[in-house]
Write a protein that binds this ligand. Structure first.
Ligand code: NAG
Length: 305
């Protein structure tokens, strides 16, 4: 027959479903062995991840309320919006366990919907998210302020963002120049690809509670039982919408920051696998079904023994 006019597809092993396939026969022994293997691999990994997360030292300090002077506590907005009041605020943080560098400095915002848009007015030149750039700043020291701890702001953003998303020849010329100030200003002599605070901020958070990297402490460890003095410029207006502001210092291990969930998830999955394996063993050893005997499935079956 003429191949061209035929409706038949051209022969191939794929169209004829003749490719080799793996069809495991899940015999009881096989199933039990796989569940035991999963359990034996996952449970130790889970405990390792959990203990690594446990070794992370984290210092968390919520300061939005504490950094409003008492006279203004009933109306914090009048404080934050008044340019004539100094916004500096000193906090002291106890160090429970030694912080080994690199120490990561984050700000955490809560009840902050970074991906919501409020009205339809265009905000030039970069839009609402950029316009609302976070503008609190932190200075750290120990030994009663005698020993400054420098926070490095380089390499806090994604390398791919710096290289591909934010132009190295784009300068923020008109930023925060139109009417109401929404947040931090940018130095218009520095190209966007080097404005790392903005780049970090523009990785928009999906949830109303999020942490963003502020900087890194790379040179000094901070000893246990020291007191860290934090000098905060409390500029950012979260009072308008009841948002909370928190400073977080954290060390890292191979699991990253503090994250108990990862370890727990591994332990749970491993535990469930082992549990299923044990049940299969009990069933298979004590109430086995003869393989290939369908009479077992019928309603009025004879007892096996
Ligand atoms: C910081 O941002 C707020 C808005 O949240 C703004 O009102 C204030 O002027 C800004 N202050 C500085 C110093 O950038």
């Amino acid at each position: 027959m003429d191949q061209k006019n035929s409706k038949k597809p051209i022969y191939s092993r794929f169209s004829q479903q003749e490719l080799p396939a793996w069809k495991p026969i899940l015999s009881p022994g096989w199933a039990i062995a796989s569940f035991i293997t999963i359990g034996a691999v996952f449970i130790p990994i889970g405990f390792l991840a959990w203990s690594a997360s446990d070794a992370v030292v984290e210092i968390v300090d919520r300061y939005d309320e504490a950094c409003v002077p008492d006279d203004y506590s009933a109306n914090p907005e009048s404080f934050i919006q008044n340019p004539h009041i100094k916004k500096t605020c000193i906090r002291s943080l106890k160090v429970p366990k030694k912080l080994v560098a690199p120490i990561f400095v984050y700000y955490q915002l809560e009840n902050f919907y970074q991906n919501h848009h409020e009205d339809n007015k265009p905000i030039v030149p970069c839009g609402l998210i950029a316009w609302s750039l976070f503008n609190d700043t932190y200075k750290l020291s120990t030994k009663g302020g005698k020993q400054k701890i420098s926070i490095h702001k380089k390499d806090i953003s994604w390398k791919s963002d710096r290289e591909a998303k934010f132009g190295s020849n784009v300068y923020p010329k008109n930023f925060q120049k139109h009417g109401l100030r929404g947040g931090a200003t940018l130095d218009h002599t520095i190209p966007l690809s080097e404005q790392e605070d903005l780049i970090v901020w523009m990785r928009t958070a999906a949830l109303p509670k999020f942490r963003k990297l502020y900087g890194k402490i790379t040179e000094t460890d901070i000893e246990a039982h020291d007191t860290i003095n934090v000098e905060i410029e409390n500029n950012y207006n979260t009072y308008k919408f009841g948002g909370r502001k928190t400073l977080v210092l954290s060390t890292t291990t191979w699991v990253g920051g503090k994250n108990d969930f990862l370890g727990m998830a591994y332990i749970c999955v491993g535990g469930i696998s082992l549990f299923v394996a044990i049940n299969f063993i009990l069933l298979y050893v004590f109430r086995p079904r003869r393989l290939g005997d369908p009479s077992y499935l019928s309603w009025n079956r004879h007892p096996i023994n």
